[in-house]
Design a protein around this ligand. Structure first.
Ligand SMILES: Nc1ncnc2c1ncn2[C@@H]1O[C@H](COP(=O)(O)OP(=O)(O)O)[C@@H](O)[C@H]1O
Ligand SMILES: [Mg+2]
Length: 313
């Protein structure tokens, strides 16, 4: 197959931990042709969505791991599949990219994850579609409502709806010492909608990343354990990743969501589960492939390329 990756520039990849890198290595090893382009390489011209994409040749070396051939402008339907792997922030440029990609779909391109579904699943808000797995949660811009939520639950997390890697995540305990300033900062004095959630103490045992691929559940998750003195388990915030089998509850959550999300064209999803609760549904560019493979031997990249190949057949 000709597989094109829409991602950040390949030269920015940290190859020892990047999940898109794991996908590319696995696809190339199976003899697929690899192409890459960035969001800014796309254009809509005379009604057709095109991308100036480079063919990527792997060198087999550790340092300069690939060689990029000259960019060639071509319609997205020229590839057998386009894999959307652009990292957040999910800003307006990202939204515009999903519009272009949706047009490209209408022109015959096959794109995973489905761009319309990526746009429709805010990674924080999508949990609300599965209320049976939700910790007590309030979404609001109203500081009085948010204060009332704190008064009721005493120990809460406050977070922006467009954060990633733990940015802007605050814990406020029963003393409420910094509540006012945090609310003013996050809501911009009551005009930006944020999420408040009851603090889940099981975060000490990790924020579990559970991967769903092609409607199936990856049998190991990566528990990201916050470092001492930190509430955020994100690897980007210094958390440690420990691969482990799924608990019965993890499996219940994963098996409930897997068919629903795959039906919507979300081939690859990264759920975040803390204790018994679903806290995030990551659809833009889920990671942890390499950490799980390194610690358990389970070939997550292989499972992903299997799913791509199966979809094609
Ligand atoms: N309800 C909660 N209870 C305890 N910790 C939480 C809660 N929500 C978020 N966190 C902590 O904050 C981190 C980041 O939150 P998350 O919602 O996953 O946003 P991000 O998109 O930044 O990863 C989590 O890894 C976890 O450590
Ligand atoms: Mg998260």
């Amino acid at each position: 197959m000709k597989i094109a990756f829409l991602a950040d520039h390949l030269s920015t990849f940290k190859t020892y931990k990047d999940s898109t890198y794991a996908m590319i290595i696995e696809a190339a090893a199976r003899g697929h042709e690899i192409y890459a382009f960035e969001q800014t390489d796309m254009a809509l011209e005379q009604g057709q969505v095109q991308a100036s994409a480079s063919r990527i040749i792997l060198t087999g070396a550790a340092g300069n791991w690939y060689r990029a051939e000259a960019k060639v402008a071509q319609p997205l339907s020229a590839f057998d599949v386009v894999v959307l792997r652009k990292d957040p922030p999910f800003d307006m440029e990202y939204v515009y990219a999903t519009y272009l990609l949706e047009l490209a779909e209408q022109q015959g391109a096959r794109i995973v994850n489905r761009p319309g579904a990526v746009r429709d699943h805010n990674e924080k808000l999508a949990i609300a579609q599965f209320p049976q797995f939700l910790a007590p949660t309030l979404v609001s811009a109203d500081m009085a409502r948010l204060r009332a939520f704190h008064a009721e639950h005493q120990d809460i997390i406050l977070k922006p709806l467009d954060g990633m890697g733990g940015t802007g995540v605050f814990r406020v305990r029963d003393d409420g010492l910094n509540l006012g300033a945090i609310l003013e900062t996050l809501t911009h004095h009551g005009s930006v909608t944020i999420m408040a959630q009851r603090y889940i103490p099981e975060i000490a045992k990790g924020d579990k990343r559970i991967l769903l691929i092609g409607g199936e559940v990856v049998p190991y998750c990566l528990a990201r354990i916050p470092q001492a003195g930190e509430v955020r388990g994100n690897l980007a915030a210094g958390g440690t990743g420990v691969a482990q089998p799924l608990s019965a509850r993890d499996l219940e959550i994963a098996q409930t969501l897997a068919p629903v999300l795959s039906q919507r064209g979300l081939l690859l999803v990264g759920l975040d589960v803390i204790g018994d609760y679903l806290t995030e549904v990551n659809v833009t560019s889920p990671t942890c492939f390499q950490e799980i493979r390194q610690q358990t031997g389970f070939k997550v990249g292989g499972m992903f390329i299997d799913a791509l190949e199966k979809q094609r057949n």
